[in-house]
Design a protein around this ligand. Sequence first.
Ligand SMILES: O=C(O)[C@H](CS(=O)(=O)O)OP(=O)(O)O
Ligand SMILES: [Mg+2]
Length: 240
Amino acid sequence: MDARFLGIPELTEAPSAAVVVDVMRAFTVAAWAFARGAEKIVLAESLDEVLALKARRPDWVALKDGPPAPGFDAVNSPALLRSADLGGRTVVQKTTAGTVGALAVKDASLVLCAGFVVAEATARVLRERGCGSVTFVVTGEDGRADEDLACAEYIARRASGAAADAAGFLRRAAGSRAAAELAEGVREGSHPDDVALCLELDRFPFAMVAALEDSHMVLRPFDMPSAADGVPSAGSSSRM
Ligand SMILES: O=C(O)[C@H](CS(=O)(=O)O)OP(=O)(O)O
Ligand SMILES: [Mg+2]
């Protein structure tokens, strides 16, 4: 597999397959939202778009990074979301890096959004789809965020079928600037457990696929059909 690792500003053309990585914290949060029952996540272009969608659909859950704000229901913290009941709900998410990265590759034919919590499921989709060329979007710090780069490199190794010792990759992420800022409480809208939750390797069995639906980029959980039964696991979408 030919893997390229690019920051958002380096994305000049639509890749065929893209894995958008945001470990801390957008796609760890997204995975927790699905684990708590959310049906789908609309990835919004701006905070104003979140509020406009929420005005039309008051039942949707408006989520942003940074501190809590009027009109929003949730912040970008896995620890603060892990006990929420989101059964059947639609979440609208806007963050500084993760959602921006996914929207930057919306014309790709396959877009997976990932963090360590869905690493193996993501690699499995790439393996089973036989993706020969994959662009990893390292969303943080214009492509230099070590938590995202470490996760992207780990997924790339697993996608190519190579063995990979996860411990070293997780150590890099634990030593990243984002981890330090979250641990020190510099990032608003956070919880002391956020870093640990972002570093839980393969916490969830599903991958997350984003695709355009009625002009919005929509993220849904995806389980590959198992060889045994040929159908997706219950409770997960199989749209691709
Ligand atoms: O909420 C986060 O951790 C960050 C916000 S910031 O870059 O730290 O201000 O957003 P994300 O898009 O999840 O990286
Ligand atoms: Mg990030």
